[in-house]
Write a protein that binds this ligand. Structure first.
Ligand code: FES
Length: 153
C-alpha cells in the first residue's frame, strides 16, 4: 500500500512538473518586459511627446500617451555610431489589435503576428511593418521627442 502511494505521488509529481514547466514556458515567453509599467505622457499642441532620457532605463519603454488609442514603444538601439531611437505604434497591422511587449519582441494575441522592436514583421499573418514615428534626442535638455503622426490611418 505504501509503495503504491509513493508511486502515485512520484508519478503525479513528475507529470504535474512537466505540465507546469510547459505552461510556465509559454507564460515566460509572453511576459511583459520585467519591472516596467507603461510610462504615462501627453501630447503637446504639435502632437509631440517629450520623454526624459532617464525614463528609458532599459532598451525599451512602453509609453501610454493620453488620447492615443494604442501605446507607443520607444526602443534604444546601439549602433556603430552610438545610439539610435525608434518609436513604433503598438497597433498590429493585420487587424488593428494592441500588441504586447515581451522580452523577445512584440506579439499580437489575436492571430499570432510578431514584430521586432523596430516594427518589422517576424511572423505573419501581418504583412506590413508597424507605424514608426520620428524621434529626436536632445542631449542638452536630456529629452527625447516623439512626433506623433499618421496614427489614424
Ligand atoms: S490582428 Fe494581429 S495578427 Fe491579426
Amino acid at each position: 500500500m505504501s509503495n503504491r502511494r509513493t508511486f502515485l505521488k512520484q508519478a503525479c509529481g513528475a507529470t504535474c512538473g512537466l505540465i507546469a514547466s510547459v505552461l510556465l514556458g509559454d507564460l515566460v515567453k509572453a511576459a511583459p518586459v520585467p519591472g516596467k509599467k507603461p510610462y504615462k505622457a501627453e501630447m503637446d499642441e504639435q502632437n509631440r511627446v517629450n520623454i526624459p532620457l532617464e525614463a528609458l532605463e532599459e532598451e525599451v519603454l512602453t509609453i501610454r500617451v493620453k488620447d492615443l488609442e494604442y501605446d507607443v514603444l520607444l526602443y534604444r538601439k546601439t549602433v556603430e555610431a552610438g545610439v539610435e531611437y525608434k518609436a513604433v505604434y503598438l497597433r498590429c497591422t493585420h487587424f488593428d489589435n494592441g500588441l504586447k511587449v515581451t522580452p523577445g519582441g512584440l506579439v499580437c494575441s489575436m492571430h499570432g503576428s510578431r514584430f521586432d522592436f523596430e516594427g518589422n514583421v517576424t511572423e505573419s499573418p501581418a504583412q506590413r511593418p508597424l507605424l514608426q514615428f520620428p524621434v529626436t534626442a536632445n542631449t542638452e535638455t536630456n529629452f527625447i521627442t516623439i512626433q506623433i503622426q499618421n496614427h489614424e490611418q
